[in-house]
Design a protein. Structure first.
Ligand SMILES: NC(=O)c1ccc[n+]([C@@H]2O[C@H](COP(=O)([O-])OP(=O)(O)OC[C@H]3O[C@@H](n4cnc5c(N)ncnc54)[C@H](OP(=O)(O)O)[C@@H]3O)[C@@H](O)[C@H]2O)c1
Length: 199
């Protein structure tokens, strides 16, 4: 398969690329590094990306920012980060990807278990992750016949515990390598409309 990974240079993205490149041709993208440059918060940038990459068998996203902060102190701008980047960036990526999938192709997005396992300072992330999961469940119904869409929803990565550990007391974190297997299941499996929780 030819697989486009957006967010390939990140902590999760690197593990996903390592898993998929063992069996597939992987092309990488992000705002600042990889085979192609894209800002998925900008629809024109996504369209340009697909003009350059052409048809693919799978599109994987491990990209998207979201702000953390106290519920009542977060500014509208801070809430907007998650909505514009992680939520709508991935939604627009999925919609454009749907037009550039080979028969049998798939899209896999990333959310996070804060959708169902909230923490202090995580309201925006919970909001965005729940929305992504809801979008994927619904989008699968109308995705082009023969194509699929799923989302991987992991808890905090073991590799990110230095930065996020204090917010996730009680969690030992999950190795990025194990999260990468959920992306592999989505890309190489046959299911659609699924949320793969990795905890
Ligand atoms: N780390 C965790 O513990 C964890 C747990 C659950 C869910 N998640 C979610 O998983 C995703 C990846 O997390 P991570 O820790 O791997 O993040 P990361 O290390 O910061 O990597 C993010 C990747 O996405 C790219 N990116 C960011 N904004 C982009 C944009 N607008 N357009 C295109 N590419 C963009 C970055 O590259 P450039 O900067 O070059 O664009 C980078 O390759 C995030 O959405 C995060 O919320 C993370």
């Amino acid at each position: 398969m030819k697989i486009l990974v957006v967010g390939a240079s990140g902590t999760m993205g690197k593990a996903v690329v390592d898993e998929l490149k063992q069996r597939h041709e992987v092309v990488t993208a992000s705002r600042t590094s990889g085979d192609y440059k894209v800002d998925h918060g900008d629809l024109q940038s996504i369209r340009t990306l697909f003009e350059q990459v052409g048809k693919v068998d799978a599109v994987v996203s491990t990209a998207g920012n979201v702000s953390f902060g106290a519920l009542l102190e977060m500014t509208p701008e801070q809430y907007q980060v998650g909505l514009s980047s992680k939520l709508m960036g991935q939604v627009f990526l999925a919609l454009e990807a749907a037009k550039h999938l080979n028969p049998g192709g798939s899209v896999t997005l990333v959310a996070g278990t804060l959708s169902k396992d909230p923490i202090r300072f995580g309201a925006s992330a919970s909001l965005v992750n729940s929305a992504i999961e809801g979008f994927v469940r619904a989008a699968a119904i109308e995705f082009p016949p023969g194509t699929r869409i799923n989302v991987v929803s992991p808890t905090v990565l073991r590799e990110s515990m230095d930065a996020y550990g204090p917010y996730f007391r009680g969690s030992e974190g999950v190795p990025a390598k194990r999260v990468a297997l959920a992306f592999s299941k989505s890309v190489e499996g046959a299911q659609t409309g699924q949320v793969y929780f990795v905890e």
